[in-house]
Design a binder for this molecule. Structure first.
Ligand code: NAP
Length: 312
């Protein structure tokens, strides 16, 4: 099957690229293995997306609402959506071959990788065993199951504090455990946790085990300085300790990533392989935000169109 521009991943970066590519007159195929929208679907209130949010609930817009509108917009311009997992991307003499789980190989003139990231795991005993039974990586998905319960949140970045603030609307007993003595999160987000009566912040605290029977009923905490351990009651452990890129298998030794696997590109979002672009959270970038992903998607599609023009 042939397409001009193949986009792997339909989060904000991929969706924006699809819209720009289709508007530029390209035949665009965009593949998403799960739900269109990616991690943006989990955002309760897009308070810092320009024009979409604000400091109060009156201006409230969710990630779902945004990506739903982005999908409709891209489709209206002619982008073709497929539900499929991209496996390999291989440069050929006249473009790329993209293999997926469920389709015949796609032949594309240019490809944009916008496959985002996946959450990191703590790697402590009980984490895998109690996944779905009190261990979670998504507050908007699982928080309502723990209304009025004692919830531990792990991490000190933007996601951990945002999700702790969200959970504090469901329970008055949230404990944020962070391994250092300072939060990494942006100040405006951190302040909401530090001054929240429903949230206790435990600095220099690691969760070293999650315990329970049929479901989580406690955590073992370790003091990062002294190494002293104690058990505390808990109904849930929500873990937000960062993310790691998820990239299809790009065939070719010249494909460059940094040491953590984030894709390296130029300002035009082109990777080290001509005609292969990357955009959004899977790219090495100093600031992972929906608005940044959208901007990168637009640049990637614009430059992919120019690349394809040069091929003709
Ligand atoms: P992050 O900024 O990398 O923070 C990860 C946090 O987890 C850090 O506090 C880190 O501790 C802690 N951590 C890492 N490994 C750990 C381990 N093994 N055990 C215990 N704690 C561990 O990741 P993130 O919060 O997922 O954010 C990802 C990106 O999304 C960021 O670029 C962020 O700015 C962006 N984002 C922005 C918004 C917003 O603007 N509203 C919202 C969500 C996300 P240390 O601090 O000690 O390293």
């Amino acid at each position: 099957m042939k397409t001009d521009l193949f986009i792997a991943g339909a989060g904000p970066a991929g969706l924006t690229a699809a819209q720009y590519g289709a508007r530029a007159g390209l035949r665009v195929t965009i593949a998403e293995r799960l739900a269109v929208g990616g991690q943006a679907l989990l955002i309760d209130n897009l308070e810092n997306y320009p024009g979409a949010g604000g400091a109060n609930d009156d201006a409230h817009k969710s990630g779902f609402e945004l990506v739903d509108a982005m999908k409709a917009q891209a489709a209206a311009f002619g982008a073709r959506f497929i539900t499929d997992a991209v496996h390999t991307i291989t440069k050929t003499s006249d473009g790329f071959t993209v293999t997926t789980a469920d389709s015949e190989p796609w032949l594309a003139s240019a490809v944009i990788v916008a496959t985002g990231t996946k959450h990191k795991t703590l790697g402590v005993p009980g984490e895998t065993e109690f996944y779905g039974k009190g261990v979670s990586y998504c507050a908007t998905c699982d928080g309502p199951f723990f209304k009025s319960k004692r919830i531990f949140v792990v991490g000190g970045g933007d996601v951990a504090v945002s999700e702790a603030a969200y959970l504090s609307r469901l329970s008055r007993d949230i404990v944020l455990a962070h391994r250092r003595d300072k939060l990494r999160a942006q100040k405006i987000l951190a302040d909401r946790v530090l001054h929240n009566p429903n949230i206790t912040v435990r600095f220099n605290t690691r969760i070293v085990e999650i315990i329970g029977e049929q479901k989580v009923n406690g955590v073992i905490l370790e003091d990062a300085a002294s190494g002293a351990r104690n058990r505390e009651e808990a109904d849930a452990a929500f873990i937000f300790i960062g993310s790691t890129p998820q990239i299809p298998d790009v065939r070719g030794a010249e494909f460059k990533t940094d040491s953590e696997g984030y894709v390296l590109t130029g300002q035009d979002m082109q990777t080290s392989i001509p005609g292969l672009f990357a955009a959004g959270d899977c790219r090495k970038t100093p600031f992972r935000q929906v608005v940044v992903a959208c901007g990168e998607g637009a640049i990637a599609a614009h430059c992919a169109a120019a690349y394809i023009d040069g091929m003709i």
